[in-house]
Design a protein around this ligand. Structure first.
Ligand SMILES: [Zn+2]
Length: 391
């Protein structure tokens, strides 16, 4: 059996000997004089040949693949090879979530995708209508507070370079991860610092509902009968799950809140006057019957004002539309047609020249007046009109 195996091995080996280099031949001729040594040599050669052939095949495949890949790479054009203007045009088409996703491609795209000029458009489209002067002022104050907080809590990590802050934000931002993460100052370490002065960060705080901002709510408390056709100051925040808002009202004696406030029931404050201050009326002289207005009104002097919608009416002694002289009278009739004629809130009369807060504990107190200037303002109120007349 040993001889038979040797014979086969020799035959196998002989087949390859012709292809061997000369330097092996002398060694082999010596080894074949010994059976055991010959078997070992056959085993070694077989392994070596198989391995070499396999390796050769593998290397050849790899070279082929690499060559093809290099050719493919040469044929491919990177997004970053595009001219800046063209790339900007593409990025401008992306949604907020898509822009965020792009920040993960590479650092260069990341820096481009957090740019203010890309986010200003999204901010304007979604939040522009509600970001009035008061909301903007509140956000700037919030940013200044956070910046000071960061600077004081970790001066070594603080950088004035805005671009660095933006990169830090992008590095820690997953698409809409702001819906889950906490950007509170107390939780911010140097590794998770964010560019709090960027439009992107502002947008993210609005989307996540972390930013409570000042706004006014029409028909507060879900159209409570005591507030129909009024608009009150509130702090609101967005709920992205329901696409509605939460509102908190400041009121005397109790702190009212409301959920599921729709976009249509919100507006920014139209004047700078705070809800506890009397608005200076500068439109009374020109008011004529049929004009639409809003007037400050509060139940008692402890409550803040709300803005109430009304229409200028005719004086009691007026002869009507054709012979109307109401415009030249020192008094002007303010009507609130959502109430029944016998209601104490149906009508009030103001002095055009010397109007200050007027009223009493029964009918409430009337403050400053603002004439509505646009058809849109009037139509917004008319959409909120109650389904039945109020007492
Ligand atoms: Zn009249």
């Amino acid at each position: 059996m040993l001889l038979s195996l040797y014979s086969l091995s020799f035959s196998f080996l002989h087949h390859f000997l012709f292809s061997m280099e000369n330097k092996y031949l002398n060694i082999l001729s010596f080894c074949f004089s010994n059976t055991i040594c010959g078997l070992l040599i056959v085993s070694w050669l077989a392994r070596n040949i198989i391995h070499t052939n396999g390796l050769t095949t593998t290397l050849a495949w790899r070279r082929k693949t690499r060559k093809k890949k290099n050719q493919d790479d040469e044929n491919k054009m990177s997004l970053l090879d595009l001219p800046d203007l063209t790339l900007d045009c593409i990025l401008e088409k992306l949604s907020p979530s898509e822009l965020c996703a792009m920040t993960f491609v590479c650092s260069e795209l990341r820096d481009k995708c957090v740019s203010d000029h890309l986010w200003k458009k999204h901010m304007e489209n979604k939040w522009g209508r509600l970001m009035g002067d008061a909301a903007i002022k509140e956000w700037k104050t919030h940013v200044a507070t956070l910046m000071a907080c960061l600077k004081n809590s970790n001066p070594s990590s603080y950088r004035s370079n805005t671009q660095q802050w933006r990169s830090r934000l992008a590095a820690n931002l997953k698409p809409f991860s702001w819906l889950k993460t906490n950007h509170g100052c107390h939780n911010r370490g140097s590794s998770s610092s964010s560019p709090i002065d960027s439009v992107m960060y502002w947008y993210s705080n609005l989307e996540s509902g972390k930013f409570w901002f000042p706004a006014q709510v029409y028909n507060r408390e879900n159209g409570h009968v005591g507030f129909m056709m009024s608009c009150y100051d509130a702090k609101v925040r967005y709920d992205n799950k329901t696409n509605t808002f939460q509102a908190r009202y400041s009121a005397h004696g109790r702190r009212a809140a409301e959920e599921n406030v729709t976009w249509q029931r919100l507006r920014p404050a139209l004047v700078e006057t705070e809800s506890r201050d009397l608005h200076v009326s500068d439109c009374l002289q020109g008011l004529r019957p049929g004009d639409h207005f809003e007037i400050q009104w509060r139940r008692t002097k402890e409550f803040p004002y709300g803005w109430w919608f009304g229409v200028v009416g005719h004086l009691q002694h007026c002869g009507g539309e054709e012979n109307c002289r109401c415009i030249s009278d020192e008094n002007v009739v303010m009507e609130f047609r959502q109430f029944r004629p016998e209601s104490p809130w149906k009508t009030t009369v103001l002095n055009r020249k010397d109007h200050r807060e007027t009223g009493n504990e029964v009918s409430g107190f009337y403050g400053g007046v603002k004439k509505l200037g646009t058809e849109e303002e009037v139509s917004t109120w008319k959409r909120l009109w109650p389904s039945q007349v109020l007492d």
